[in-house]
Design a protein around this ligand. Structure first.
Ligand code: SAM
Length: 423
């Protein structure tokens, strides 16, 4: 019997970890799930797991008529992986079916007994290329879809689901000379100033990485720090800062930055990022609910912990590891963090509140409630290059959605608003 392919086997482990243990791909990889694989195999395992989770609802629709009863999680994961390889990646049927059967046969007796079924089902699936093309994008989980539909309507929810299926290009924020780096990298210079690369390959191999000319940051994620500007020479608190995309923007704009986060592990990545970019900030590991600054700040950026539902196109594992109940405590935390941060703001100072969420509870509703609680606050409407007038909300915030810029490759879902304390 031939030996099981290590990348496929590792991808299966990742998929089962997401579906059964509700552990994210990043957590599993951080916990050394792919250690022991060659770099190329690691990358392939990660890509296979990500693509399978992104298309899982579609693979299930194809598989359902061929399965009289549901197989165990490991076998289902293998069938889904192979279906995606056959129909989305258009790999040769012979190789995919053989590899899947070899993997089943190498497993324990419970799974091994499904080898005949795996073989038979995948041979049928291999002929369903036409059906695949018309199989709709997977729906968001019910708890999220309901909220998104009531906030933005059914058509918008469907457009977001298409954006989730399309995945995401690589976006970069550039320290200086965006147009020059766009040319060097063969990237598109987006209207908001970020660079965009389709099919970029390995990030650390791109020109400018070693010398710290740019860093990876979604185009939507780059807007909260831009909204806070001008910050040159200002004392700025980056609250909930790690891994530091926004700290880098503030420091490179010439602010004197204090970057605070509760997670020491994530702050290590922030420190590495500052180092590579040759930028400086004061880095503090602390719980923002307990910490007190020595003096108030001119400006604060609060990128609050949230459901991260705006990042599903980059993280297709997210719908399988979060649910409506697990994110509810975040709404109260966001309110507490916002009220605390406002206490640390100088009179006349500005604060940008941001979340990478599709839920109004974590965005529009937080800001409306904050304005009602704090009569000394005023909202400043966004005025940034490249943003469209209809992205500005009724209360004066900025709502970004994954289906915006669809023809360019979308953007992460985000909400942000700029508040000013009266002088
Ligand atoms: C959305 S992420 C921040 C992303 C970051 N601003 C960036 O651009 O790279 C939210 C962060 O909030 C941090 N966090 C959560 N609760 C916190 C608390 N009570 N005090 C300080 N940081 C907290 C998390 O560790 C996480 O790094």
């Amino acid at each position: 019997m031939s030996r099981p392919d290590p990348a496929r086997r590792a991808a299966l482990g990742l998929i089962v970890g997401v579906l059964e243990d509700h552990e994210s791909l990043a957590e599993q990889i951080g916990a050394e799930a792919l250690d022991g694989l060659e770099p190329a195999q690691r990358a392939r395992a990660q890509r296979l797991a990500t693509t399978t989770l992104r298309h899982m609802g579609r693979a299930d629709r194809i598989l359902k008529p061929h399965l009289r009863r549901r197989a165990p999680t490991d076998v289902m994961a293998l069938l889904r992986l192979a279906t995606v390889e056959l129909l989305e990646e258009k790999q040769a049927p012979h190789g995919v079916v053989d590899a899947a059967v070899t993997l089943v046969k190498s497993a324990g007796p419970k799974v091994r007994s499904f080898s005949g079924l795996v073989n038979a089902v995948l041979r049928k699936v291999a002929d369903e290329g036409d059906k695949w093309e018309t199989t709709p994008a997977p729906e968001m989980p019910g708890w999220l879809r309901g909220r998104v539909m009531s906030a933005f309507g059914k058509k918008s929810a469907q457009a977001m689901e298409l954006a989730h299926l399309a995945g995401a290009p690589l976006d970069l924020s550039v320290k200086e000379d965006a147009a020059g780096w766009a040319e060097t990298l063969g990237a598109e210079l987006l209207p908001t100033g970020s660079l965009r690369l389709q099919n970029a390959g390995k990030v650390s191999d791109l020109p400018g990485f070693e010398e710290g000319a740019w860093w990876v940051q979604d185009a939507a994620a780059a807007l909260p720090a831009k909204l806070l500007s001008p910050v040159t020479g200002a004392r700025v608190l980056d609250l909930c800062a790690a891994p530091g995309g926004k700290t880098l923007q503030l420091a490179s704009a010439g602010a004197e930055v204090t970057a605070l986060d509760i997670s020491e592990a994530r702050l290590e990545r922030l420190a590495e990022n500052l180092d590579r970019m040759q930028l400086e900030a004061e880095v503090i590991a602390a719980d923002a609910l307990e910490w007190e600054p020595e003096a108030p700040f001119d400006a604060i950026l609060l990128d609050a912990p949230c459901s991260a539902t705006g990042t599903i196109r980059r993280h297709p594992d997210l719908p399988f590891i979060k649910d409506g109940a697990s994110i509810k405590p975040l709404f109260a935390l966001q309110e507490q963090l916002l009220d605390r941060a406002l206490e640390w703001l100088k009179p006349g100072g500005t604060l940008v509140y941001a979340t990478c969420s599709l839920l109004p509870e974590e965005g529009e509703a937080q800001i409306k409630a904050a304005l009602a609680r704090h009569p000394d606050l005023e909202i400043i409407r966004p005025d940034l290059p490249g943003i469209e007038p209809d992205w500005i909300t009724e209360e004066g915030g900025l709502r970004l959605r994954p289906d915006f810029w669809a023809e360019r490759g979308g953007m992460d879902g985000f909400y942000m608003a700029k508040l000013q304390r009266s002088a």
